[in-house]
Design a protein around this ligand. Structure first.
Ligand SMILES: *Cc1c(COP(=O)(O)O)cnc(C)c1O
Length: 385
């Protein structure tokens, strides 16, 4: 049996969420098109609006400010491309960081192909950006800043409120990829002065293929859609809404909010116990700031072993090396390279991420497997260092 420690890549669907989704799929009263004006359509639409309120509550937004998407990849693309393109006549400069998720990096690269200028800020060796760094990068033609709340590889938490204050003071839109933060770190789009924010259901025990983009009221009519069709989601995201997906996403958001403090405490303790157990091995280095990290992620590099062999040696553990989506490429993690790690150390890295079902016994087993695996690799290939 594999021990699942990859909650940053995806979380299992909460049983209550699965139940409400299955019920919605089977409910004859909910089969109408939610855009239709007849009773079956209105019943589905009512459930979707209830879900919208549940998601809004998790981030301190108003329900009308939530747009449904197929996930955070789409939400990030809609935010970055949609906001920048809408403002193109006013300015064609965007600020982001070099350690963003592939969906923000990819959207910004698309803007570059369209003639926009992008400033790629490098975090410090701990993975942190400074709000002053963001302020210094702003130009008269800057229209958008996109910075993630919690890094999906290292778990480092950025000071989103400080960056939000800088952007608001300069009249620049601020987008936050909050996928790893939602349900794990408190989020408040008002207090943190966020204009656009992306979340994904499957990162907080909801369904895959369902996500949302928060767009604040003032910005709602100032985003260009990626898709064209019917008028759903204020014309910003046309397409028939998936009633069962959104009902599940809504409940997942409500549960995540209700459990946030307890989940956070429990998972921080597990993460710390894991670090305490494996930090005793010589040549194990923590990636990312020691304290400014989300509750669930521990990322380490191991000296003197080879990256691929390390993952093989830990076969009993479902963990990641680099981001789950980039793992197939075999390339050393670009995020860890930006933090100053060598190619070898970036490659010989493991991301452990804990979740609701992780137990203290799981942590003991994972630590034992890690300690034994590293010792074995160093024994069979002692020259690798
Ligand atoms: C998983 C993830 C995404 C992409 O979300 P999907 O819903 O899977 O498309 C975006 N950003 C971060 C930080 C993520 O961890």
């Amino acid at each position: 049996m594999t021990l699942y420690l990859d909650y940053a890549a995806s979380t299992p669907v909460d049983p209550a969420v699965a139940a409400v989704m299955a019920a919605a799929l089977a409910d004859p009263e909910l089969q109408g098109n939610p855009s239709a004006v007849h009773a079956p359509g209105r019943a589905a639409a009512a459930r979707i609006e209830a879900a919208r309120a549940q998601v809004a509550a998790l981030i301190g937004a108003r329900p009308a400010e939530i747009l449904w998407t197929s996930g955070a990849t789409e939400a990030n693309n809609l935010a970055v491309l949609g906001a920048a393109r809408f403002r193109a006549s006013r300015g064609r400069h965007v600020v982001t960081s070099s350690t963003e998720h592939a969906s923000v990096v990819g959207a910004c690269r698309q803007l570059e192909r369209e003639g926009f200028a992008v400033t790629w800020l490098d975090p410090d060796g701990d993975g942190l950006l400074d709000a002053q760094q963001v302020a210094a990068a702003l130009r008269p033609d800057t229209t958008l800043v996109s910075i993630m709340a919690v890094n999906n590889e290292t778990g480092v938490v950025q000071d989103v409120a400080a960056i939000g204050a800088v952007c608001r003071a300069r009249g620049v839109l601020f987008h936050v990829d909050a996928v790893q933060a939602a349900g794990r770190e408190p989020l408040d789009v008002g207090a943190q002065q966020i204009d656009l924010l992306s979340i994904s259901g499957h990162k907080f025990y909801g369904p895959k293929g369902a996500g949302a983009l928060f767009v604040n009221g003032r910005t709602l009519r100032r985003v260009e859609p990626l898709l064209h069709g019917g008028g759903q989601e204020r014309g910003l995201r046309p397409g028939t809404l998936a009633t069962h997906q959104l009902v599940g996403l809504g409940l997942a958001a409500e549960l995540a909010g209700a459990r946030l403090d307890a989940d956070r405490r429990a998972q921080s303790a597990l993460r710390e116990a894991l670090w305490a157990a494996i930090a005793r091995v010589p040549g194990v280095l923590l990636n990312g700031h020691r304290a400014r990290r989300a509750c669930h992620i521990l990322n380490v590099s191991v000296e003197g072993v080879e990256g691929e062999s390390l993952l093989l040696a830990l076969e009993a553990l479902a963990v990641s090396s680099g981001a789950a989506c980039g793992a197939a490429s075999g390339e050393p993690s670009a995020v860890l390279r930006r933090l100053g790690r060598s190619d070898a150390l970036a490659q010989a890295s493991i991301r452990f991420s804990v979740g609701r079902a992780t137990t203290a016994a799981d942590i003991d087993a994972a630590a034992a497997a890690f300690v034994a695996g590293v010792a074995h690799l160093r024994r069979i290939a002692p020259a690798a260092a």
